[in-house]
Design a protein around this ligand. Structure first.
Ligand code: 5AD
Ligand code: SF4
Length: 466
């Protein structure tokens, strides 16, 4: 493989890039941006590592299982490298994302064949890292160390990335990164760093570009997206509510969502926006983690169960049909049966759709890892089973209640057979509609007719209305 950097007067040779993404939406967004930054270097993305010149694993460190998966996948990549070398070539392997940030040195020790280790804040430097790794390779006759860049640089990477292209009617836009909340179980404040908000003008410019490229729906992303406090040109700051109101003015942008948020940052203006801004979709992912005040305090969540309840009530006052989703952790240190019952009560009381629930995973360096009262695995497993059964029941009953209703669906992709399109409802449900491919990117009125296991089937009501 030749990974020499491009000269201005010669077009870069075409090379293949395979990116595997683990974890959250933010990583999905970051992977796209890594592909964008490498495209001018001659890299075209491919969906298999088989013939790739560069493989990037964009990793997640949030739970132990996610982190260990990276090492087992690296083990599987090794033969690709050996095979390429036996043919006189090479495949460059890069580990990016949060495992790279947290365990850079360990990656080099456990997988010495890895060429590049880069954290989530340095991927704008990828072209330079690839060129450096290539020089190391050429000099070292096979024995080498990885090029590691896990800095938290002063320059925000967004200033160095090419403008993203919309690749479909539903786009993501990262507006905020990092977290200063320090929940006691969580590695994010350590791997993603301190909270940072992109300036308002950058966000608006990127949103307009996405809409011009065909996006009808934009999901604003951030580890703590509702902590957004972006600077304006006159050095005042805007909160997320204000930003959403400004985005709603963009002609052609029909739908706005945001994720992931923290109950502490649901301020009055953001809550009001759910009632006032029709483009803001009636679906909100608002992690609560536990329904027990004692556990919430031990988690350093800085809110009680009643605070959460009140936020939900106020949101529903403005938007009665708001569907809620959440994250839950069971088996946090010190969680008793009574604490778990409190979580189950909260779940039944609020009613969620599409939630995520996890067994507590001990993460090195976090305060909870050293707490007394670690819960035995079989207890956590039983609690998780019970919680997931209830969440699944709620999801199914929510979907079942939609049958017979009419709603608007954004058609985002071809369906499972000719004449069918896939799309998403305002509540983020997957919907299959019998509709021509020419309606891709349109928002069409449909009647929900059937309930499939985790999606809905629908009939198009009036194609002309699209
Ligand atoms: N163990 C289990 N789940 C965790 N999460 C974060 N850290 C841990 C951990 N140590 C979950 C939280 C968070 C979601 C992204 O991942 O529920 O909201
Ligand atoms: Fe982690 Fe808590 Fe920050 Fe969410 S708010 S990223 S759970 S520390």
């Amino acid at each position: 493989m030749s990974t020499d950097s491009q000269t201005p007067d010669r077009p870069a040779p075409r090379r293949k890039l395979f990116i595997k993404t683990y974890g959250c939406q933010m990583n999905v967004y970051d992977s796209k941006r890594m592909a964008d930054v490498l495209a001018p270097q001659g890299f075209d993305t491919t969906d298999t590592p088989d013939n790739a010149d560069l493989v990037i694993l964009n990793t997640c460190h949030i739970r132990e299982k996610a982190a260990e998966k990276v090492f087992s996948d690296l083990g599987r990549l090794r033969p690709f490298k050996e095979k390429a070398k036996s043919k006189g070539g090479d495949v460059m392997i890069a580990v990016a994302g949060c495992v790279a940030q947290a365990e850079g040195a360990e990656i080099s020790a456990r997988a010495p064949f890895v060429d590049i280790v880069l954290g989530p804040q340095t991927y704008h430097r990828l072209p330079e890292l690839v060129a450096r790794a290539n020089r190391v390779q050429q000099k070292s006759n096979g024995r080498k160390t990885a090029v590691i860049d896990t800095e938290f640089p002063a320059e925000p990477k967004f200033d160095y990335l090419p403008a993203p292209r919309a690749d479909g009617p539903a786009a993501f836009l990262s507006v905020q990164e990092g977290c200063d909340k320090f929940c006691t179980f969580c590695v994010v404040p350590y791997t993603r760093g301190a909270e940072f908000s992109r300036p308002v003008a950058d966000v608006l410019r990127e949103a307009r570009g996405l809409v011009a490229g065909g996006a009808r729906e934009i999901t604003l992303l951030g580890q703590n997206v509702n902590a957004y406090h972006g600077e304006t040109g006159d050095h005042s700051t805007w909160t997320l509510g204000r930003l959403i109101r400004a985005l709603a003015e963009i002609e052609g942008l029909a739908r706005i969502r945001y994720t992931t948020s923290h109950p502490r940052d649901m301020d009055d203006d953001l809550i009001a926006a759910h009632g006032d801004v029709p483009q803001l979709m009636p679906f909100l992912h608002l992690p609560v983690q536990s329904g027990s005040d004692k556990i919430l305090a031990e988690m350093n969540r800085n809110h009680t169960r009643d605070d959460y309840r009140r936020i939900v009530d106020r949101l529903r006052e403005g938007r009665a049909d708001l569907a809620l989703s959440s994250d839950f952790i069971v088996g946090f240190p010190g969680e008793t049966d009574a604490d778990f019952r409190a979580t189950m009560d909260l779940v039944r009381d609020i009613g969620f759709v599409q939630s995520y629930s996890f067994k507590y995973s001990k993460r090195p360096g976090t305060p909870a890892a050293a707490m007394k009262g670690q819960v035995p695995d079989d207890v956590s497993t039983a609690r998780l089973g019970e919680l997931q059964a209830e969440l699944d029941r709620q999801l199914r009953s929510f979907n079942a209640a939609c049958v017979g209703k009419t709603m608007d669906v954004l058609l985002t992709n071809p369906g499972r057979h000719a004449g069918q399109m896939g799309g998403r409802s305002p509540y983020l449900q997957a919907v299959h509609v019998d509709a021509p491919a020419s309606l891709l990117g349109h928002i069409v009125p449909v009647r929900i007719t059937t309930l499939e296991s985790y999606s809905l089937g629908a009939d198009l009501l009036d194609a002309k209305a699209a």
